[in-house]
Design a binder for this molecule. Structure first.
Ligand code: NAP
Ligand code: COA
Length: 267
């Protein structure tokens, strides 16, 4: 599709769901791929799969909330892979909770993973990016620009992530580093969908709200990341790109009302 052989890729939060699909997409195109997340077993399982796909893969366990863990892992990857051509940052946490039922620590935990964690990853990778030429991709969510009940923590955190993307495009452009956000729509079979759409009936209803008439797949997001990381997107930086079958143009199919009602009924 697009040849990434000889390129070094790091996917933070790349051990399940969408981000694992992204890691596999780069491996399938010949890249050396490293993944990171908290759980060592998930890291090992993903590295095994990436090797099956032919990638010279590696991984490390780290919590994005801990700058020193992320920094140490990035240094290790750099020692083995050399300068990083592509970094995808997608570690995140989500659960539905109405603001009045959400503790200060519940809000903080999502802000710490999604927003502070993204900042930590950006700080840790910058010295080791290929300059010029590197492409950085932050995985955002429609909640960044579509307000949703029971998602105040996620809305605030992901809006922040997109502003990190847009601001760093200004600061890093001079060094020839591009940075963009990808905004997945509802992606089938993922932890995010299991938490926000916890039954087959609801998943069907969500799919009906997608103008293209289906849920997305991790491979859909992988393909968008391949494009953004390639020379085809050589003049693209600072953008926030929905890859969502048009879902966000359709107010996410009324997901806010549904989530608000679901959480109110559980009180
Ligand atoms: P997922 O499978 O739970 O993926 C989250 C990844 O991040 C996992 O690899 C997880 O591994 C890692 N992670 C979580 N907390 C971490 C931490 N503190 N430090 C390091 N790694 C951490 O979820 P997903 O649904 O595929 O979502 C992936 C991304 O897509 C997220 O950024 C999410 O906001 C975004 N998104 C998802 C959807 C959807 O439909 N699913 C829609 C829009 C946007 P460990 O547990 O091992 O740490
Ligand atoms: N509703 C309301 N509050 C919740 C909650 C829920 N479903 N789940 C967790 N919280 C609150 C906890 O009660 C706690 O607050 P408290 O100390 O005031 O009680 C706070 O959030 C932190 O919870 P904890 O379990 O200690 O956090 P953690 O750091 O171990 O895990 C989470 C972080 C909560 C985000 C966890 O769901 C996670 O690891 N998620 C990663 C995977 C994921 O969410 N994938 C979906 C796509 S991003």
């Amino acid at each position: 599709m697009i040849d990434f052989s000889g390129k070094s890729v790091l996917v933070v939060g790349g051990t399940s769901g969408i981000n694992r699909g992204v890691a596999e997409a780069f491996a399938e195109q010949g890249a050396r791929v490293a993944v990171a997340s908290r759980n060592q077993e998930k890291v090992d399982d993903t590295v095994r799969r990436l090797k099956e796909l032919g990638s010279d893969a590696k991984g490390f366990a780290a919590d994005v909330r801990d700058m020193s863990e992320i920094q140490a892992g990035v240094v290790e990857v750099h020692e083995q892979f050399g300068d990083l051509d592509v970094v995808v940052s997608g570690a995140a946490g989500n659960f539905p909770a109405l603001a009045n039922d959400l503790s200060e620590n519940g809000f903080k935990s999502v802000m710490d993973i999604d927003l502070l964690g993204t900042f930590h990853v950006m700080k840790a990778i910058y010295p080791y990016l290929r300059k010029p030429g590197a492409s950085v991709i932050n995985i955002s969510a429609p909640q960044a620009f579509i307000p949703m009940q029971a998602q105040v923590h996620v809305c605030a955190a992901k809006a922040g992530v997109d502003m990190v993307t847009r601001t760093l495009a200004l600061e890093w452009g001079k060094a020839g580093v591009r940075i963009n956000s990808v905004v997945p729509g509802p992606i089938d079979g993922t932890e995010g969908m299991a938490r926000l759409a916890p039954s087959e009936t609801i998943r069907k209803k969500v799919a009906e709200g997608v103008p293209l008439g289906r849920l997305g797949t991790p491979a859909d997001i992988g393909k968008a990341c391949l494009f953004l990381a390639s020379d085809l997107a050589g003049f693209v930086t600072g953008t926030v790109i929905p890859v969502d079958g048009g879902w966000s143009q359709n107010n996410c199919g009324g997901m806010s009302d549904y989530l608000g009602a679901m959480m109110a009924s559980q009180r």
